[in-house]
Design a binder for this molecule. Structure first.
Ligand code: SF4
Length: 195
């Protein structure tokens, strides 16, 4: 396998956090879920968003964050963690590095999967920029809600462990034990798990 093929992306992280069985069906067996209208909306929203550098600047100004420098749509590729992808926004405030992810959705709480997706990107950002990330933030556009967390050593350790588990799942190619959860009800793969 080529080295780049062993890199994981945000989609791997997202699917693994949602459910290791979903991850297995998708990336080991190659069974893909048909694209729904909701997913298409997300893709359209992302495309629309991708040239919105000014929108990020305005958002940070509204949050009264003094930004020394900001990068938008940053392609990162970390050799150390074998993660690649496009990070929404990176900015420096008081010389401290921050990672921001913007979600099109509406939410009054920070979903753990969004926190961990962002923290895994923070690992890659630290590796690429050779500087520790100070804080990570998630902004939900529809509800105008902003959440931020310090990128603590505990969160860093948890994220490294998660990355290692995902790489291991890709190497071992073993089916995980399916769980019975309320998310199974609307899951495309339920016929394979609970059919
Ligand atoms: S049906 Fe449940 S256990 Fe199976 S992939 Fe979906 S969420 Fe995971």
């Amino acid at each position: 396998m080529e080295e780049e093929e062993r890199y994981i992306t945000l989609m791997h992280v997202k699917d693994y956090i949602f459910c290791p069985s979903t991850f297995y069906y998708k990336y080991i067996l190659g069974i893909r879920e048909p694209v729904t209208e909701l997913m298409q909306d997300g893709i359209r929203e992302f495309t629309k968003d991708s040239d919105r550098y000014e929108e990020r600047k305005t958002l940070l100004a509204r949050k009264r964050i003094r930004v020394d420098k900001m990068l938008f749509g940053v392609e990162v590729s970390s050799k150390k963690y074998m993660i690649s992808g496009v990070v929404d926004t990176i900015y420096w405030s008081n010389n401290k590095l921050h990672v921001l992810e913007i979600k099109a959705a509406e939410s009054r709480k920070l979903f753990p999967n969004h926190l961990y997706q962002t923290s895994i990107y923070a690992l890659a950002v630290e590796d690429v920029f050779n500087q520790p990330v100070y804080k990570i933030a998630v902004f939900y556009k529809k509800s105008n809600t902003w959440f931020e967390r310090r990128f603590t050593s505990q969160l860093r350790r948890y994220s490294i462990n998660l990355v290692q588990r995902i790489h291991r799942a890709l190497e071992l190619r073993e089916p995980p034990e399916p769980v019975m959860d309320k998310k199974c009800r609307s899951c495309f793969y339920r016929k394979f798990c609970h059919g």
